[in-house]
Design a protein around this ligand. Structure first.
Ligand code: SD4
Length: 325
């Protein structure tokens, strides 16, 4: 099936999808306006604690943000990595794309750029991120980079371990067939295609708990977190970014679509290929072609819920009513 326009994201963040849809369809905004409006909703809602401020403290307790936006026509990209003290990462990424000739700004100097563009600074910590960090510290975890020190496995702390399929299944069963609970999922990656087939893809996230300060994940890396090509399609990824970025899954997906491979097959093959090398990794990839045909694969039971929301939307329902059950 194919249907344009399309707004699709990596998780059942339906408020974000609805906001993007509203901008694109009702307000006749551009695909970039839609992407930024949609992803900004998740930054404001702090979707699952893993988007926007207030989540995923690093080893120093600081929350930093990664984001990117890509133009599928010109291949312009704007991205920020390890952005400090600025909550609107997706909007800053767009500013990099719109107002500079450059692609990726990182760390304190990305913050300086944002401030010069008029963005306001704030402390990105929250009660919950401080509690998470203190918990991690009081368990006496070792810094992730000291590979000569083995963390105590009884202490349930770093280095980061994505949930296994089994854990995800058990958690879902425990919740009883309800909406997905917090901290089970992550980055918002979104593809927006307008009725003329113009494509953008982007991401925003606070990354990984207890990361080494300075760590940048896959989300702001073009071809890893997201990729878009007019006339072909778009793709976005979520999951264990340190593994996923080694395979450029979004670029692969779009290249394969350009070669005529259907999105459903590409996502499966790409994820399976990563799993050949990293059998325990956790991640998801969504690919949508320029007709609105999509495919997805993830190593996580939550896909069922997202699939229902997306499917309902693609069948022509108002995304705000594409509920999860
Ligand atoms: C990262 N890919 O920073 C992000 C986090 C994520 O599912 O999407 N987790 O590695």
């Amino acid at each position: 099936t194919g249907l344009l326009p399309v707004v699709i994201n990596t998780w059942p963040f339906t408020n974000a999808t609805a906001a993007a849809w509203n901008t694109l369809v009702n307000k006749k905004g551009s695909i970039y306006d839609a992407l930024v409006d949609g992803c900004s909703v998740c930054e404001i809602e702090r979707c699952d604690g893993s988007v926007g401020p207030g989540g995923s403290p690093d080893e120093n307790g600081e929350t930093t943000l990664d984001a990117m936006v890509m133009n599928g026509q010109t291949f312009d990209v704007g991205a920020v990595g390890c952005l400090r003290r600025i909550p609107k990462a997706i909007a800053v990424a767009r500013a990099v794309m719109d107002y500079t000739e450059q692609t990726l700004l990182v760390g304190e100097l990305a913050t300086q750029f944002a401030v010069e563009m008029g963005f306001k600074e704030m402390n990105l910590s929250s009660d919950s991120s401080i509690t998470m960090w203190k918990d991690w510290k009081t368990r006496n975890c070792q810094p992730n980079y000291r590979t000569n020190v083995t963390p105590d496995p009884t202490k349930n702390c770093g280095p980061y371990k994505p949930k296994s399929v089994l854990e995800s299944l058990q958690q879902t069963e425990n919740r009883g067939n309800k909406n997905i609970g917090p901290r089970n999922h992550d980055t918002i990656g979104m593809v927006v295609i307008d009725e003329h087939g113009n494509i953008t893809a982007g991401t925003t996230t606070n990354g990984l708990n207890h990361k080494i300060p300075g760590r940048v994940g896959d989300s702001p890396i073009m071809g890893a977190g997201a990729y878009a090509m007019n006339g072909v399609g778009g793709a976005v990824a979520t999951g264990d970014g340190d593994v996923m970025m080694r395979f450029l899954p979004s670029f692969l997906a779009v290249s394969q679509m350009a070669a005529g491979v259907p999105p459903g097959i590409i996502t499966k093959l790409t994820i399976q290929n990563i799993a050949k090398y990293y059998p325990k990794f956790s991640g998801a990839l969504i690919a949508v072609d320029n007709k609105g045909t999509y495919g997805e694969l993830m190593y996580c039971i939550m896909s069922i819920y997202r699939y229902m929301a997306v499917n309902s939307m693609l069948m022509g329902n108002d995304p705000t009513t594409a509920t999860l059950s």
